[in-house]
Design a protein around this ligand. Structure first.
Ligand code: PMV
Length: 368
């Protein structure tokens, strides 16, 4: 598949109609992780197409586990019974149902199935950690698994991941990157072979070993709902006076980070990661209307991390998502020192002392 070509037509051709169903009942389950972007995706156009390339690490401990049980039905449309952590969740059910409707041209066989979907997160729901990347990629892995069971020939693993990334992207942009082991690039840039706006690509084979075991501790500064959602934030980029410059700078950062990840250049990694995090929040502050998602404690953590790095020489750095929580990134060999520093100096800035220790991981796993 050529990277600049939208694979939509292929996927439409692969679609299985209700009449072609081989098994109309069964059960599949997958767990799929969250990811943390180092070069950020911020700004989109068309149907979930990014304004710039982004690069992320796939996480390990923060995942969603989703099970789909399917059985035959006669009526048209989507039939969905959804539970999140054992309970009904109307807002997520509505989002999921809308998404499934939108994918019917690609998965028409879904009309012949009654779906019972159960989902749970490995991380506490009170943490304020966005779960759309893990949850939507887990659903997509299940859908493709059901589809593969209906086909006589199954997709090759790489084609499967590309397709999973494509459909995860349609559900939630950054979810496109969650399906690959260790790290992923999403968004076309000439400097990265095979990169595409339509799906992410896996770059595990390109990574220097130091990054394959990188650690990520998430410091929960606030678990409250954000005042401006990610979708609203993406939309505000269309009027942001710095948008064009941002897309250029993000592309340059993605190109350079890709080389840095290959070389294992931690010093440059830190500079790019922190600059990207602060650029993301600078874009929020320069949107119209402007808004601030960092909290005073986010800044206290950032400042303490920089002091610690200077004094200890330990290559600890931070990044931020679209929210106040701070992700700390560091090589495995410094885990003990960094965790001691977090416990003694940083937990005081966290809501109820909450942090989640994670690391770079292998991507989605089949459970059933
Ligand atoms: O996938 P979305 O639409 O929730 O956007 C995610 C944007 C950031 O998390 C801020 C950056 C990124 O690349 O993941």
């Amino acid at each position: 598949m050529q990277a600049h070509v939208n694979p939509e037509k292929n996927y439409l051709e692969q679609a299985i109609s209700p009449a072609q169903l081989r098994n109309s009942s069964g059960k599949v389950a997958w767990q799929s992780p969250s990811n943390i972007a180092i070069v950020k995706y911020w700004g989109k156009h068309g149907i979930q197409l990014p304004r710039n390339p982004s690069i992320s690490f796939t996480l390990n401990n923060a995942f969603t586990r989703t099970q789909i049980q399917f059985s035959p039905k006669d009526s048209a449309g989507i039939s969905l019974d959804f539970k999140f952590e054992g309970k009904e969740n109307p807002s997520f059910e509505q989002k999921l149902s809308q998404y499934l409707h939108s994918t019917l041209p690609f998965f028409p066989f879904l009309e012949a199935l009654k779906l019972v979907i159960e989902s749970e997160n490995s991380f506490p729901h009170s943490s304020g950690i966005a779960s759309s990347a893990s949850s939507m990629s887990a659903v997509v892995m299940c859908l493709l698994d059901i589809e593969n069971q209906q086909l006589n020939t199954s997709l090759k693993p790489l084609d499967l991941l590309q397709k999973a990334s494509y459909f995860s992207r349609l559900a939630s942009g950054s979810a496109a990157r969650s399906v690959f082991p260790y790290a992923s690039v999403w968004g076309k840039t000439e400097a990265i072979n095979g990169s595409s706006d339509y799906f992410g690509i896996g770059i595990a084979d390109e990574l220097h070993p130091v990054f394959k075991s990188f650690r990520n501790s998430i410091l929960i500064v606030s678990s409250g709902t954000k005042s401006v959602s990610s979708s609203a934030g993406h939309a505000l980029m269309e009027g942001n006076p710095y948008a064009a410059m941002r897309y250029q700078s993000a592309t340059a950062n993605a190109n350079e980070l890709f080389a840095v990840l290959q070389k294992g250049d931690i010093e440059r990694f830190i500079e790019i990661a922190e600059s990207e995090a602060l650029q993301l929040h600078a874009l929020m502050m320069s949107s119209s209307p402007s808004y601030i998602l960092m909290k005073p404690n986010s800044l206290s953590i950032i400042s303490a991390v920089r002091d610690f790095r200077k004094q200890s020489g330990i290559p600890l750095c931070f990044t931020l998502d679209a929210g106040p929580n701070v992700h700390l990134l560091y090589p495995e060999e410094y885990q003990q020192d960094v965790r001691q520093f977090i416990d003694s100096e940083l937990l005081t800035y966290c809501q109820n002392g909450l942090k989640i220790d994670d690391l770079v991981g292998e991507g989605p796993q089949k459970v059933i």
